[in-house]
Design a protein around this ligand. Sequence first.
Ligand SMILES: Cc1cc2nc3c(=O)[nH]c(=O)nc-3n(C[C@H](O)[C@H](O)[C@H](O)COP(=O)(O)OP(=O)(O)OC[C@H]3O[C@@H](n4cnc5c(N)ncnc54)[C@H](O)[C@@H]3O)c2cc1C
Length: 475
Amino acid sequence: MNYRPVIVWFRNDLRIEDNPALFYARETGAPVIAVYILDDRLAWAPGAASRWQLHHSLKSLAQDLESTGTKLILRRSDSQKAILALAEETGARGVFFNRRYYGKHIAIDDAVTAELEGAGVKVETFNGLLLREPWELKTGAGGPYRVFTPFWRSLRAMGPARQSPLPRLRRIKGPKRFPKSDRLEDWAFLPEKPDWAKEFADVWRPGENSARKRLNAFLQESIANYADERDRLDKEHVSRLSPCLALGVIGPLQIWSAVRKAVSEAQAEKFLSEVAWREFCYNLLYYNPDLPEAPLRKEFADYPWRNDRKELTAWRKGLTGYPVVDAGMRQLWRTGWMHNRARMIAASFLVKDLQIPWQQGKAWFWDTLVDADLANNAANWQWVAGCGADAAPYFRIFNPIAQGEKFDPEGDYVRQFVPELADLPAKFIHAPWTAPKAALENAGVTLGKSYPFPIINHKEARQRALAGYAEIKRV
Ligand SMILES: Cc1cc2nc3c(=O)[nH]c(=O)nc-3n(C[C@H](O)[C@H](O)[C@H](O)COP(=O)(O)OP(=O)(O)OC[C@H]3O[C@@H](n4cnc5c(N)ncnc54)[C@H](O)[C@@H]3O)c2cc1C
C-alpha cells in the first residue's frame, strides 16, 4: 500500500536537515505530503515580527522541499480540523510530527493523535526541538530541575539523545497529485502600510542555508571570544542564531555537533551552556504550563505592580531618557532583535524601575521579536522579574547608567540606535543630564526636546521597588 501518502506536519521545525519527522516519513517509502497550518486561534500564535520571519522561512522551506521532489502545502484553519481533513482528503496512512512542549499545544497534538488513530491513521512523533526531552532529565529525587547549574551538569554528562544530526534530504517522493494549498502571499505576513520591517532584511537572511552559514561564521569568527565578550553591547560576539532556533530553521543538535567539532570542549563550554538555557526554559514550560502568564513564585501575584500607560509607551518607544534602555528598545523595533544584555537591562527597568508587570513586557517582546519563543521569552521575563525558577534575586536591580558604562564603554551601541546622542562624549553618553551645558550644546542635544529627561529617578525607583518586594515578603 505504498502509494498511500504520509503527512509531515511542520510546526517550529522548518528545515529539511536533521528533521526526524521528515526523515522517518521519507524512510517509509511512501509519498510525502508536507504541510504547515496557520492556526490564528492557537494559544500564542506568532506575533507580528515572528510572522515576518515565518514568511521568509516558509518560502525558503517550500523551495528546499520542491528541490527534493515534494511540495509544502499551506492551510489556514483550526489546526486540529485541518490536519484531520488533510489526512482524510489524501487517504494518508500516517501523520508524522516533531513534539511540542507547551500544555495547550500538547493538548491539540494529543487530540489529533486520538482522532487519527481512531480512524486507522498511524501517528508517529519525534524529538526535533530539544537535545533531550524534559522527562529525560530528572533530579536525584526524580523531579524536574528548578536550578540551572545542576540541570546543565546533567545535560552535559548525558549529551544529546542522538549522536549526530540526520542528513539533509536530497530526494523526497511527492504524491502523484498534490492537495490544494493557500498562497503564502495571501497570508499577508509582511507589513505594508507602514512597513515597520523595512530594515529587517538588512539584518536577517532567513532560511536553512543562511542559518548554516551564520553558524559557520560564528564558529570561525566569534566563538573564541564568546565567553569574555558576549555581554558587550558594542561588539556582538554572539551567534544571532535565535531567530533560526525559534522557528526550527536550525536545530540544537546541529549546533551542538558543529560546535563540538569546531572547537575544544573548554572553548565550547560557555556557548553550549547558553544553548542549554534554552533547554532549561523548555523544561520549565513543560512542567509549568502557565509559565507565560503566572509567576512561578506565587507571592509575586501580590506585588504592588503599577500600570502606567504613559511610562509603558515611553519604554516601548525607547524614550525613557536612559540611553542604554532606549538603545535596546530601538534596536528591537528597528531590527526585531535585541542583544541579551540589553534585554536584561530593558526588562529590569520595566519591572523594577517602572514596576510595570512583566507580562506587559513579555507581550511586547512577543510581538516585536523575530526570535520570539514562548519558553525563552516567558522564562527570561520571570527570571528578570525575580519570580521565576533560579531567577535573579529581586534585590539585584540593574542601574541603567552603570550597566551602560560597563557594557558599552565608548557609547557606540547608544550612538548607533539613539542617533540624537551620537555626538555626546562617552563620559556623558549614559547619563546625558549630567553633561555640562556646553557639552550638550556642542552635541546638539536639548534635553526635554531632542532627547527626554529620565522619566523616573533611578535611585528613588529602586527604593520603591525594594519597598514593594518587602511588602510581599511580609505577607
Ligand atoms: C527579557 C528576556 C526575554 C527574552 N526572550 C527571548 C525570546 O523570546 N526568544 C529567545 O530565543 N530568547 C529570548 N531571550 C534570551 C536571549 O536574550 C536570546 O536567546 C539571545 O539574546 C539570542 O541571541 P543569540 O542567538 O545571539 O544568542 P547566543 O548568545 O549566541 O546564544 C545561542 C543560543 O542560546 C540560547 N540562549 C542564549 N541565552 C539564552 C537565555 N538567556 N535563555 C534561553 N536561551 C538562551 C538561544 O537559543 C540562543 O540563540 C530573552 C532574554 C531576556 C532577558
